[in-house]
Design a protein around this ligand. Structure first.
Ligand code: HEM
Length: 196
């Protein structure tokens, strides 16, 4: 969705840009809801830690340590939160943005032209910050794979992690799929409501 949003803006396909932005917004709302109602390792309470714990974890990693985590490690958890916040800010500023020609976001008329122009500038700036975060994320995944011998991508897609990378005695609780479907429908309805 991020690539489609960038390419559509770059090529001036702003209707595509709007729909990819709204789809991303719905997925973000779903992920935020899943951070409270989802399986153990999907919950914010499982992977968001205070800064001292994140710093201590990074120190252990730099010293060659390989602490085990069933879900996101403390540094990965922080990156998840930062990426979610940046993407949400990108989608929300887009809703108020305008291209100075014929296209404007569905909420642009709710604010003054100056405010919409200001949010459009921020929309462009946040995208550059997003690019840096995405690169950082890719470099970190490469580091874990090549240096730590830990594949972070597979478990993110399959939800399955090699036994050797999970601490002993971890109890995982899974959320029924019907909750996920209801949350997805609710998130899509919220994004669609903005448009209509
Ligand atoms: C519903 C959501 C969104 C709406 C209504 C929206 C609207 C807009 C508008 C009106 C512009 C034109 C600004 C200009 O001409 O300077 C724009 C530019 C752009 N948008 Fe969005 N956008 C949305 C979501 C997103 C998302 C999610 C991303 C990426 C993750 C994104 C990336 C971009 C980029 C890269 C540009 C070009 C910025 C520049 O050239 O400075 N947009 N968007």
């Amino acid at each position: 969705m991020i690539f489609v949003s960038w390419l559509s803006a770059d090529q001036g396909y702003m209707t595509v840009h709007l729909w990819s932005g709204l789809t991303l917004l719905a997925l973000l709302l779903f992920r935020i809801g899943w951070g409270f109602a989802g399986a153990t390792t999907a919950r914010f309470s499982n992977f968001l830690h205070a800064p001292p714990k994140v710093i201590a974890y990074l120190r252990t990693i730099v010293r060659g340590g390989k602490p085990l985590h069933a879900g996101h490690n403390p540094a990965g958890g922080l990156m998840v939160a930062v990426l979610l916040a940046a993407l949400l800010a990108q989608a929300v500023t887009g809703l108020f943005a305008n291209d100075g020609l014929k296209f404007s976001g569905p909420l642009a008329l709710q604010v003054s032209v100056d405010r919409s122009d200001w949010l459009t500038q921020i929309h462009g700036t946040i995208f550059n910050i997003l690019l840096v975060l995405i690169w950082l994320h890719l470099v970190a995944i490469g580091f874990y794979f090549l240096v730590k011998g830990e594949n972070l991508v597979g478990p993110m897609v399959t939800g399955k992690k090699h036994r050797a990378h999970v601490p002993e005695g971890v109890a995982l609780v899974f959320t029924p799929p019907v909750i996920a479907i209801a949350l997805l429908v609710l998130s899509a309805a919220c994004a669609a409501w903005i448009l209509f």
